[in-house]
Design a protein around this ligand. Sequence first.
Ligand code: NPG
Length: 370
Amino acid sequence: MTRVRMVELRLVGLPLVRPFRTSFGEMTEKACVIARVETDDAVGWGECVAGAEPDFSEEWNEGAWLVLRDLLVPALLEVDTVRAEDVERVFAFVRGHPMAKATLVNAVLDAELRALGRSLAAHLGAERERVECGVSVGIATSTPALLEQVAGYLEEGYRRIKLKIEPGTDVERVAAVRGAHPDILLSVDANAAYTLSDAEVFRALDAFGLLMVEQPLHHQDLVQHAALQRQIATDVCLDESIRSAADAEAAIGLGACRIVNIKQGRVGGVPEARRVHDVTAGLGVPVWCGGMLETGIGRATNLALAAMPNFRLPGDTSSSRRYFPDDLTQPFELAPDGTMAVPTGPGIGAAPRPDRLEACTLRLERFQKE
Ligand code: NPG
């Protein structure tokens, strides 16, 4: 039990190494909300995975800021004492907004674990000291540009390449990459850009031995995903559609996917991510750790999760420098063998460098316990 004395919210902005394009738009800068929670015993950090626009989901930075400022932070400061495992209940009066909630759920858990001197990985029963890393390649301006990027990432050691696709920029690009690299682990991610009437595209992709096709259809189309899965050989993986362990159970039960992408922020934080892990493990369905272009705070959190036993495929846990010339924390580095070390320090085992955090801060607000 501890008391949350103070919460600090920051909107931060970091330049990206190169623009990142998906089927829903292009990012040239990373902007997100970072929370610092001070309890009687320790300080904890949380990163909100929402972006500048409500495109990946309904949540976005300005909306998350308001939900945090007006609802979640006051609720957290109002309870007398709290344990990390209680925070989801404290926030249950707010429907939805998993990314905003995850920011504080994770920050309080981080503070609690730091006070105990225990790493998040140990808390989660992680079994690995290093995790296998893949990389997500945005929609390139041309096929040669894509081939060059893919070759560069393979050279760095990434063990799985995921290509972003959208209607019109799909089969031919995948064919080119597969032609150049017959044996690599290769997958595609559509970010919900297709409909069931595009099933032919996915039947064509069956020829390329893909590890999975990720989120081909609209996030609410579980039944349609099941219909698509019946028509193709490649495993469907769901990302945007899975907001909870209950969603994962429903999707698997319906036959809508055979693989699940876990992003702790999308499901409301580390505790629910653990439940998704457990329910999928029980059903024999493998998971892997997705990424939301997190700074080192979110990246550290993801690495601990990715070390759990049912994370059986390489994650989007790329190195800091794949996205940022200068991360908020010490940079996370990919080893030449395509793995990354799971942090071992207390809590998430990483914290922002104070000068870098100040330099990246666009807005700051502090909230004290009365
Ligand atoms: O490596 O952190 C990463 C990003 C991996 O492709 C990635 N994320 O849909 O999974 C996704 C995608 C994304 C991009 C999500 C932009 C949200 C915004």
